[in-house]
Design a protein around this ligand. Structure first.
Ligand SMILES: *Cc1c(COP(=O)(O)O)cnc(C)c1O
Length: 410
């Protein structure tokens, strides 16, 4: 896919896809037309126009319709979950998962510190207190030993943590085999943030299906997109029904408008569900493409001193949604920011690893259970262009910049 300017007129469905800057909240900067290499731009499967046309012709232009039902069923089958609810964002899915799990004012919720802010914000939406927990090195995800430490300490004071949100970072599942029994022992509800991990495995299952609920994102930068959207999966039919109701303004099944609860307008539109179905069809090819990028980066850069790639944990397949690595400035001869700026000078977008939540001003008052791992990963970590439509030539541009910088600085 060639980058292009975002057209001010309505594009035809066969036009090249507009490229969004790949992280939420940042700006489209398509400077030297045609040559900017983005971190993780949207990638059309080819089947979207047909699905959208079907939705248009059927006149289901609404947050209900046959494509929503089909997208939910197909998604549930793809991840091996009994139930799926299509929603307007991953953030909204996490919000409703917390409400449906009974998390509210005064509760404490454990969550990975090394993540995007959308993993933590919904805890605040429901009036609960986030307790930020550090990562382990094997997967860069929630450290079960630290989680156990908190749960034991709280239990000793007669207190209980209400819920935990493990995040499956960059497509690598957290250590669910350690976390699930721990949470069972202490009665903690698991809600998985699998926003970045569609297509991953954990002990042969899909991350997102281990807890009371799991959430996924179809934001423009994710492995599949609906331009914006999300999905909640759960083994619990009553939870799925409750979330579907909450997302539809909490309307009770009555001919008049009847409400027992505060509702939300969080349903996905039938048009976007149609789009998502076409995207979902190609999920395995997308995972394969991203993994191939990672392997190419590793074989071309892995021998350079000071470069360490995010490991693939022994318990499951990493999707390499983003290829992430750390750069030891002394051994490599240049620090992460120099590498990022050198790539930028060649019109290549790369990004620091997520800034941990315990270092965000907005969460400064939250308790943090730390070991230094996420700080070290953030200080030296970089995500390289990883889009599933990226070509081997594009990838070589990235590799050349990094190798040249190393050669110059050593
Ligand atoms: C993208 C993302 C979200 C939020 O999903 P949206 O669909 O953008 O609301 C939540 N958590 C993580 C880890 C993410 O990367």
């Amino acid at each position: 896919m060639r980058p292009c300017r975002v057209s001010p007129v309505v594009p035809s469905l066969s036009a090249p896809a507009p490229i969004l800057d790949s992280h939420p909240g940042s700006f489209v900067t398509d400077t030297a037309a045609g040559s900017r290499l983005f971190l993780s731009p949207p990638h059309l499967s080819g089947g979207e126009a047909e699905r959208l046309t079907d939705a248009l012709q059927s006149n289901w232009i609404a947050p209900i319709g046959p494509h929503i039902d089909a997208f939910e069923a197909e998604f549930a089958a793809a991840v091996g979950s009994p139930h799926a609810v299509a929603l307007s964002s991953g953030t909204g899915a996490l919000h409703l998962a917390l409400i449906a799990a009974g998390v509210g004012s005064g509760d404490e919720v454990l969550v990975s510190s090394l993540t995007f802010s959308a993993s933590v914000n919904p805890i605040r939406y429901v009036g609960a207190a986030p307790v930020l927990v550090d990562s382990e090195r094997e997967s860069w995800n929630l450290d079960p030993a630290l989680v156990e430490k908190v749960l034991v300490a709280r239990a000793a004071r007669g207190r209980q943590i209400k819920a935990i949100i493990p995040v499956h970072l960059y497509g690598q599942s957290a250590d669910m085999a350690a976390l699930v029994p721990l949470c069972e022992r202490f009665g903690v509800t698991i809600i998985e943030d699998a926003a970045e991990a569609l297509g991953a495995t954990c002990h042969g299952r899909h991350p997102g299906v281990f807890g009371r609920a799991g959430i996924f994102s179809f934001n423009g930068n994710k492995i599949i997109t609906t331009s914006g959207g999300g999905m909640l999966v759960t083994p619990d039919e009553s939870l799925a029904l409750h979330v579907r109701k909450l997302a539809s303004q909490a309307r009770e099944p009555a001919p008049h408008y009847l409400h027992h609860e505060i509702g939300f307008n969080y349903r996905l539109s039938n048009l976007l569900a149609a789009f998502g179905r076409a995207q979902l069809e190609t999920i395995s090819a997308r995972v394969a493409a991203r993994r191939a990028h990672f392997e190419a980066y590793r074989s071309a850069l892995g021998d350079l001193p000071g470069i360490v790639f995010q490991p693939e944990a022994k318990w499951g397949r990493h999707t390499r949604w983003l290829s992430a690595l750390t750069i030891d400035p002394i051994a490599f001869g240049a620090d992460r920011e120099s590498v990022r700026m050198s790539l930028e000078a060649e019109n290549i977008e790369s990004r620091p690893v997520w800034m941990p939540m315990h270092r965000q001003p907005v969460f400064a008052s939250c308790e943090f259970i730390g070991s230094g791992v996420s700080d070290a990963i953030f200080d030296t970590g970089l995500c390289l262009p990883s889009g599933s439509a990226m070509t081997p030539d594009d990838r070589s541009r990235v590799i050349d910049v990094v190798r040249r910088l190393h050669a110059r600085e050593r």
